[in-house]
Design a protein around this ligand. Structure first.
Ligand SMILES: Cc1ncc(COP(=O)(O)O)c(C=O)c1O
Length: 386
């Protein structure tokens, strides 16, 4: 096939590769998937079924999404993100992923540079490459719990820099970037006329004293930020493919020019499900959060017993963590992950999938039942004791 340079430069996803390899074994203990294993709450499923039965889902919606859904999102943004939005500042997308892809495509010209604090979600890097932009990877400060390196970010800015793209809470480290640091990032963007593209997929899974902060709540950032959100994580709706983005109307007009040729509109049945998710009780979100908090604590306890093998920073959010593999073993994280799978059927994601600073690490997901974590760690305890 005569493929484009745009696609041939993109590497296979290590996450999907581990999933493929895992299929060769029975009884795998999965710590490699970043998707909720709890099912979608029943009231959300029921609303989707009712929408189908009432004949509401057979056509397209407006490309920007159902007005009723956008009205619910306006309330949510005010209540939980301190963002004053209008329905015309919202675009309903096919998950956060399509929103992010459209945000990048609408912002980046070939050769433009995009700053990404790393390790980060590898799909963000792919988005920049697909837009023929240049990802500029700036390491987070691992010794300081993976904080943003403001100085290094400022020093990386050139005449070609167009945007900064990050997720908070961060995939894979689980770091929640504090308001102070995000305000500093906003200032850098304003001083250098840059766009900030946020991925706030894990906004509700925040632990201890951490707080989620949305840069779009800073009024001066109005023309400088595109914020991406999703129902995938908050309501365990991975397969529904439904998310949204918020930006100033002028930006929305441009982003829509990408959204339409790629998707026309987000799945309509999922838009009805999303309305139910926002209108209904938020108890399910509180329960998911509590489960993830308990699982984080369990995973940290179990890691403490493997302290000659791993060191780690306790994640303040998400349902992911990023332990460092100590010593020689950590030299090649792909090899390390493959060996864990082959020898004891524990599936993890090699850290190198999240940028060069991810090498020597593995990503572990704790959005799984307690038994899965215990099974994986019982096996690792035995394996590393030998
Ligand atoms: C940081 C981050 N953003 C976006 C996504 C995908 O979200 P969606 O399913 O809404 O496209 C993921 C999924 O793992 C993620 O970890």
């Amino acid at each position: 096939m005569n493929s484009s340079n745009r696609v041939t430069q993109i590497k296979k996803s290590a996450i999907h590769e581990m999933t493929r390899l895992s299929k060769q074994y029975d009884d795998v203990a999965f710590l490699s998937w970043a998707k909720p294993t709890t099912g979608t709450p029943k009231h959300i499923n029921d609303a989707a079924i009712a929408a189908i039965e009432n004949g509401l889902t057979g056509g397209y919606s407006q490309s920007e999404g159902l007005p009723e859904l956008r009205e619910e999102i306006v309330k949510k943004l005010k209540r939980d993100n301190n963002i004053t939005a209008t329905v015309s500042q919202l675009l309903i997308t096919v998950g956060a992923i399509e929103g992010l892809a459209a945000s990048v495509m609408a912002t980046i010209d070939p050769g433009d540079e995009v700053i990404l604090p790393t390790p980060t979600y590898s799909t963000h890097i792919a988005h920049v490459r697909l837009a023929s932009g240049t990802p500029v990877l700036i390491p987070l400060v691992e010794e300081d719990n993976y904080t943003l390196d403001r100085k290094a970010i400022e020093q990386a800015i050139t005449s070609k820099t167009k945007a900064i793209l990050f997720c908070s809470p961060n995939n894979p480290t689980g770091t929640v970037f504090p308001e102070r640091d995000l305000r500093a990032l906003a200032e850098i963007a304003l001083n250098n006329d840059l766009m900030i593209i946020t991925d706030e997929a894990y906004e509700y899974f925040i632990f201890d004293d951490e707080k989620h902060f949305s840069i779009a709540s800073i009024p001066e950032m109005k023309k400088h930020v595109i914020s991406n959100y999703t129902f995938t994580k908050t309501y365990a709706m991975t397969g529904w493919r439904i998310g949204y983005l918020h930006a100033d109307e002028e930006i929305i007009t441009q982003v829509k020019k990408v959204h339409i040729p790629f998707s026309i509109c987000a799945p309509v049945v999922s838009q009805y499900a999303a309305i139910a998710a926002l209108e209904g009780s938020q108890q399910c979100v509180r329960e998911f959060r509590l489960h993830y908090l308990n699982m984080r604590n369990l995973m940290c306890d179990r890691l403490d017993h493997l302290d000659t093998i791993f060191s780690y920073s306790k994640p303040g959010g998400s349902y992911l963590m990023f332990p460092k593999i100590l010593g020689e073993r950590g030299k090649d994280s792909v090899e390390f992950s493959k060996n864990l799978l082959k020898d004891i059927q524990v599936s993890t994601t090699p850290g190198s999938a999240f940028g060069p600073t991810g090498e020597q690490h593995i990503r572990l997901s704790f959005c799984v039942p307690e038994e899965m974590i215990n099974k994986a760690f019982d096996r690792m305890d035995n394996y590393f004791r030998k």
